[in-house]
Design a protein around this ligand. Structure first.
Ligand SMILES: N[C@@H](CCC(=O)N[C@@H](CS)C(=O)NCC(=O)O)C(=O)O
Length: 221
């Protein structure tokens, strides 16, 4: 099984299925296609039906899109309990995962990862930091994320560090959010946080698999 990814330092979409497959204990190799340099478009076009990463090559198929790969993993590795066991928690876990997957355009644009227009590379893994954006659309996205984190943690997270208690697919999708908040020095208290959202983001960044991603990303530099 081969997971094809973008740059480990900044490909936020790539991090998600990698965390999910790690959680499953899956035996997989990774191939990194560095984006935005050399013949990257051609290399992507050769392997990717959508022209994007991540992709999973398994059982003679190429599965594309981070959510699709995660859903495949939940099917293939039921023992990994990638969705919460409780039905209500599971319905909402899917809702917040899909909201993350399809929304938060302002945050993605104004808190982008990778090279910006000035050629500065913003990373998920380095000590580099950037100023918090002042745009109201970004603030609205952050307020909504804080609301999701507070509500789900209050309803389902009791006694455990992750959004629905035990680690599940939403945590993979929100780990890149935590890296953006850290990199762009987001003041969550100013966006409605009572400390719950910050503690949750800290837990995501302290998760052992994320530490391994950081090690691999920084070793590859
Ligand atoms: N919805 C897709 C988004 C994938 C995506 O946008 N990947 C970026 C890398 S992080 C990419 O391949 N960009 C290359 C391009 O847009 O040409 C997913 O969840 O996998």
């Amino acid at each position: 099984m081969e997971l094809i990814l973008g740059n480990l330092e900044f490909s936020t979409w790539s991090l998600r299925p990698w965390l999910v497959l790690k959680r499953c204990g899956a035996d997989f190799t990774i191939t990194e296609i560095p984006l935005y340099g050399g013949d990257w478009k051609e290399r992507l076009a050769e392997v990717s039906p959508s022209g994007k990463v991540p992709l999973l090559k398994v059982d003679g198929e190429t599965i594309w899109d981070s959510l699709s790969i995660s859903v495949w993993a939940a099917e293939r590795y039921p023992d990994a309990k990638l969705w919460p066991a409780d039905a209500h928690a599971r319905w909402l876990a899917r809702s917040v995962t899909c909201e993350m997957h399809s929304g938060f355009a302002a945050l993605r644009t104004d808190c982008s990862m990778g090279p910006d227009a000035e050629g500065v590379i913003h990373t998920m893994v380095g000590p580099d930091r950037a100023p918090q954006p002042t745009d109201e659309a970004v603030a609205a996205d952050v307020r909504r994320l804080v609301q999701i984190f507070r509500e789900m943690r209050a309803r389902f997270g009791a006694g455990k560090p992750y959004l629905f208690g035990e680690w599940s697919i939403p945590d993979a999708f929100f780990t890149p959010v935590a890296t953006r908040f850290r990199h762009y020095q987001m003041d969550l208290a100013a966006h409605g946080d009572d400390g719950t959202a910050q503690a949750y983001c800290d837990a995501l960044l302290d998760q052992p698999d994320f530490h391994e991603w950081v090690r691999q990303a920084t070793a590859a530099r």
